[in-house]
Design a protein around this ligand. Structure first.
Ligand code: NDP
Ligand code: MG
Length: 389
């Protein structure tokens, strides 16, 4: 029996993880589940999976969760510290599927008790890659990427000599607006940005796909996870989303990972690793697919990609600040305080200001420094979004 916990159980990744676990109940024992506002779903999941502990990150949701789980014997807790406590419980495998930088501290807690951490939460590596890798090394924890592109790279690297890797190519669908003329993007609404042509995902990552902030985060995530130099991570637009990533070797060979655009593939790979098992995902029919297309991303259209390069060159706390500014800019866009294209402007201003002030420089970023840079960037981005754009 594998003892598993799911952080962010009520989200898109969390629900798909639970679906796969429920398909093989004899192989898994659920230790803890955490969620946020969707208490009805969290309680329903807990009643089915019988974890020892169910946690909502919101204290004002605790009473309702307690009420719903009355008489079940399942312990209930609330708040950020309780989410981290849930991550610290003795589990062999922990799914990190909280959205945003809020996933960092619970993910680190799981790593520090030596668990295998299935990392959907890309913000963890963007904000604190070196810190996370060092913690995993020190505590004997294993990191398994769940982001589809990174799972693809991980799979393409099995049995390969890391020193022979020349480059990694991440594919990008181009998101909701890939066929919109540039001048129309300024008018894009949150509703329009929150529909994805190929993937079904949470609202925030879907909008980040339309702006390419998602791919920008993934470039940094790939660099950190696989120990690459900034210029070894490339992005290509591939509207069909059938190839998820490619690894290029020093003999010119490219190993591509293909599959239907279905996150259960990458989640299932991490859940079953190091084995491969049957998964309920569609099998590709290449003859029916016909053709696949690729094109270079236009950085004028996607300033986030340029910003990712800058963040990697700058290092230190730039990743933490970049991600936090992006999260705050996305909040402002969702509240209709700023337009779609202004998200990148807000992020740029925050990076410029913090960089000029030397606030991103640090030799070895510790957790306090990361959280400090996150808070400052978030605050600055919120302020800019209210005033001077
Ligand atoms: P969702 O928004 O669907 O789910 C997020 C989960 O986190 C929910 O359980 C939510 O609770 C919980 N949550 C929200 N805020 C907090 C907080 N402050 N503290 C603790 N828990 C919180 O997100 P996704 O499942 O789409 O994405 C999860 C992560 O996986 C993200 O980092 C995303 O980038 C990454 N990812 C997602 C992919 C996808 O296909 N969805 C693909 C690749 C990566 P509630 O809903 O109950 O409020
Ligand atoms: Mg991805």
């Amino acid at each position: 029996m594998k003892r598993v916990s799911i952080l962010g159980a009520t989200g898109s990744i969390g629900c798909q993880t639970i679906e796969l676990i429920e398909a093989a109940p004899e192989r898994f024992e659920v230790v803890a589940l955490t969620g946020g506002r969707n208490v009805a779903l969290l309680a329903e999941q807990a009643k089915r999976l019988r974890p020892g502990l169910a946690v909502t990150c919101h204290d004002d949701c605790r009473a309702e969760l307690t009420e719903r789980l009355l008489g079940t014997g399942i312990e209930v807790a609330s708040g950020d510290a309780a989410v981290a406590e849930a991550a610290r419980m003795q589990a062999d495998w922990v799914m990190s599927a909280i959205v945003g930088a809020a996933g960092l501290v619970p993910g680190l807690a799981a790593i520090r008790q030596g668990a295998t951490l299935a990392l959907a939460n890309k913000e963890t590596m963007v904000a604190a890659g070196p810190l996370v890798l060092e913690a995993a090394r020190a505590h004997g924890a294993t990191l398994l990427p769940v982001d589809s592109e990174h799972s693809a790279v991980f799979q393409a690297l099995v049995g390969e000599d890391r020193a022979a890797v020349e480059r990694v190519i991440l594919t990008a669908s181009g998101g909701a607006f890939r066929d919109w003329p540039l001048e129309r993007l300024a008018t894009a609404t949150p509703e329009q940005a929150a529909t994805h042509p190929n993937w079904s995902m949470g609202q925030r990552i879907t909008i980040d796909s339309a702006s390419m902030f998602n791919k920008a985060l993934e470039v940094i995530e790939a660099r950190e996870l696989f120990g690459l130099a900034p210029d070894q991570v490339e992005v290509v637009i591939h509207p069909e989303s059938l190839i998820h990533a490619l690894v290029g070797f020093n003999d010119g060979a490219l190993m591509a990972h293909m599959g239907a655009p279905d996150m259960r593939h990458a989640i299932g790979y991490a859940l079953n690793w190091p084995e491969r098992r049957d998964l309920p995902v569609a099998r590709l029919d290449l003859a029916a697919t016909g053709s696949m297309t690729f094109r270079a991303p236009d950085e004028a259209r996607y300033p986030a990609l340029r910003q990712a390069r800058r963040v990697m060159e700058e290092g230190g706390l730039a990743g933490a600040a970049f991600n936090a500014a992006k999260e705050a800019a996305l909040d402002a866009f969702l509240d209709r305080r700023i337009g779609f294209l202004q998200m990148a402007q807000v992020v740029e201003q925050v990076l410029d200001t913090m960089s000029r002030a030397g606030a991103l420089r640090v030799d070895i970023p510790g957790l306090d420094a990361v959280l400090g840079a996150d808070a400052e960037a978030r605050e600055r981005a919120a302020r800019i979004s209210r005033t001077d754009l």
